[in-house]
Design a protein. Structure first.
Lengths: 153, 153
DNA sequence: TCTTCCATTGAGATTGAGTCTCAATATAGT
DNA sequence: ACTATATTGAGACTCAATCTCAATGGAAGA
């Protein structure tokens, strides 16, 4: 039961595992992939478990500090989170048509980043690599119409 | 004079090069590096050239569509832009202590991304790679205290 | 030049994510 | 149970960004 991991991590920092925090925790981990605070909040209202918007945001921040959850990025619709406990690091492709998010991982890219950090004397803590474009389903039939081939794509 | 390039691009789309648009254009291009809409707006108020906040946001969106300017990313303080006309694509390191932004470019990383896109049948349009951490000046003297070495850094 | 038409502007209202406030409530330790 | 402290939640607040709509202004024709 992962709740115990949470409790331990929380207690190490002198935090309490309250009903609300636990509920938010459970809900966050019920998502296999990505989620945003507002959806999580609304989804919880539906069920018996409820917590205020303020608590949802507060708790998500705590979970981030614990390293159980992490911010993937900011979009027009707000911050996107995902659970990170036990998950391997990965990067994202985002379809700008349908919004699909595809995860990928490249050992080579990771290594190259480390190399560049060393070269520039930068102490990297984390990073995000986000490729925006059209997914398999959305670029079917298009003839590469508009724009911006300046990046070599 | 780059203004002519702008005018041509605007006219191609049936847009007018108004005083305000031109002023915003000039101001945006006066930045060598990154800028945000609010700063640009405030900086303009100071000078003779002025435009409303609404026009600044509207015009920056137009400039993005033209490809003259591009969104680098979203931060707590809002969207960061940079001019992209004539500039080579590059990625960013951001110091989470002092906010310094370091630009870098890696041909190898670019190529790897293209390869991964092909493999996953994803039509990449653009991307952002952002490494967060501590710059040369800010990590001096630290002993790698807190956190998150899970990414290999 | 005058007039009509339509794009553009700007002040302020509005939205929406996220944070803050603070009184009420819950919990831990004694 | 009592006290001290942590937490909660409703709603106020902040701030970026967009929207509204009356007023402005430039372009093209009469």
């Amino acid at each position: 039961m992962e709740e115990n991991i949470f409790r331990k991590l929380l207690e190490e920092r002198g935090w309490r595992l309250t009903k609300q925090r636990n509920a938010i925790l459970q809900k966050a981990f019920s998502y296999k992939g990505h989620f945003d605070p507002e959806s999580l909040y609304l989804a919880m209202r539906g069920k018996g478990m409820k917590a205020s918007r303020a608590s949802v945001y507060r708790t998500l921040n705590l979970l981030c500090e614990c390293g159980l959850v992490e911010k993937v990025g900011k979009t027009e619709q707000g911050t996107i989170y995902e659970q990170s406990a036990g998950r391997k690091h990965h990067d994202h492709m985002i379809c700008i048509q349908c919004g699909e998010i595809i995860e990928f991982y490249s050992e080579k890219i990771e290594k190259l980043q480390e190399k560049i950090c060393r070269e520039l004397d930068f102490k990297g803590k984390n990073h995000t690599l986000e490729i925006r474009g059209y997914c398999r389903h959305c670029h079917a039939g298009e003839n590469g119409l508009e724009g911006d081939s300046s990046h070599g794509y």
